[in-house]
Design a protein around this ligand. Structure first.
Ligand code: FAQ
Length: 340
């Protein structure tokens, strides 16, 4: 009896533990409902922490893998200006990945651990980056459509309930809007003042990137596992379908201005809803890409693994230098101070 009493809480205490937990969750939800930001040292439900780690890590991986399709065209950009702009854009995506890994680290998971999950094939990244960049017009289409979709999805994340993620998104969105403009400007040049072959190239790029861009917003609301809870926690402010619709409504007139046609025979303006209605999305293609069967899944992961392996010596050198610095007596660390 005595031992049992030590091992498990008495009946009153047992019911008090979940009650205290429920009370903490209730107060947490009240803070969310008041639109207060949750900061790293604040108490948060474990499921909230895990949801954020999952979403922020997938987002970070997307930025890093997302450097590959455009990186493919840096050496073949058609002018020095285009090349300089593209280098800057791809570099920005790398920076976004780094801010996002840092935001995830505030939740108690290391960047090394997250990268390990990606390289082991245990983490997702955006489906869109498993499609190939076949022509220069694809660089225009990525900026216009992929960055355009990313902005539509990410502007509301600047108001996400988790402070470090929301703050990282402010700068990311500013940079993404520059990316979207550079892509649209490439499309304008090809489609409005280009040769016939260049206009055809722009149309071909739109044909191939349109549907995958709509899939970037995630499964339809009826199939989205996480949306309802993420909306309650104000991690997400809009559902996948709401954001997809906003993107379609903004992008169709842009395509018209370019003189290009959206590859959807069912696309029409619906007077009743005041939105564009589209034909059905082929969700079997989306599921196949998520399972690793997209056109470039293997190539993308192969490139990431090769980059990680060839950077091994840099990580080792940095760790050895840090160890050396730590081992030095405190007085010996400040070389400049000693010399002066
Ligand atoms: N691809 O229940 P939901 C960019 C997964 S950054 C792959 O709806 P949730 C910048 C989802 O993770 C692009 N997987 O999930 C750039 C979940 O899997 P899990 C990335 C997807 O989280 C531009 C399952 O399906 N942006 O483009 C996709 O509530 C140019 C069920 O889905 C972000 O990450 C997908 N498309 O909503 C870079 C933004 N969609 O974990 C370079 C932040 C869904 O249960 C060049 N993330 N899944 O195994 C989000 O807003 C959300 O996470 C969603 C998904 C909307 C992506």
């Amino acid at each position: 009896m005595y031992t049992q009493a030590l091992d498990s809480p008495g009946p009153e205490l047992a019911s008090a533990v979940p009650a205290a937990e429920a009370e903490r969750e209730r107060r947490f939800q009240e803070r969310i409902d008041r639109d207060e930001k949750i900061e790293p040292k604040d108490w948060m439900p474990e499921a909230y922490r895990q949801t954020l780690i999952r979403q922020i890590a997938q987002h970070a991986h997307s930025e890093i893998v997302g450097m590959l399709p455009e990186g493919n065209w840096i050496t073949r950009a058609p002018s020095l200006r285009r090349k300089a702009v593209l280098v800057a854009k791809v570099q920005d995506e790398g920076g976004h990945g780094m801010y996002l890994y840092s935001a995830a680290e505030t939740l108690g998971v290391s960047r090394g651990e997250l990268i390990g999950q990606l390289l082991a094939g245990r983490a997702k990244y955006s489906s869109i980056f498993n499609y190939p960049t076949l022509t220069w017009a694809d660089i225009g289409a990525i900026g216009w459509l992929v960055d355009g979709a990313a902005i539509m999805n990410q502007i509301p994340l600047c108001r996400c309930s988790y402070g470090p993620y929301a703050r990282a998104m402010v700068r990311i969105c500013k940079e993404e809007s520059f990316h979207q403009r550079q892509g649209y400007e490439i499309m304008l040049t090809l489609a409005r003042s280009g040769t016939r072959a260049q206009r055809e190239m722009a149309q071909d790029a739109l044909n191939r990137w349109w549907w995958p861009s709509l899939m970037m917003f995630g499964p339809s609301d009826t199939d989205s596992v996480h949306t309802a809870q993420s909306m309650r926690w104000r991690i997400k402010r809009f559902t996948n379908d709401e954001l997809r619709q906003k993107f379609i409504d903004a992008t169709v007139p842009q395509a018209r201005f370019l003189g290009l046609s959206i590859p959807d025979a069912d696309l029409r303006w619906d007077e009743a809803t005041q939105h564009y209605a589209t034909g059905p999305i082929d969700w079997s293609e989306f599921q196949a890409v998520l399972k690793g069967e997209g056109p470039c899944n293997r190539e993308r992961m192969g490139a990431r693994r090769a980059a990680h392996e060839s950077g091994q010596w840099v990580r080792e050198a940095a760790a050895a230098y840090a160890d050396k610095q730590r081992a030095r007596p405190a007085s010996g660390r400040s070389g400049y101070a000693q010399a002066s």
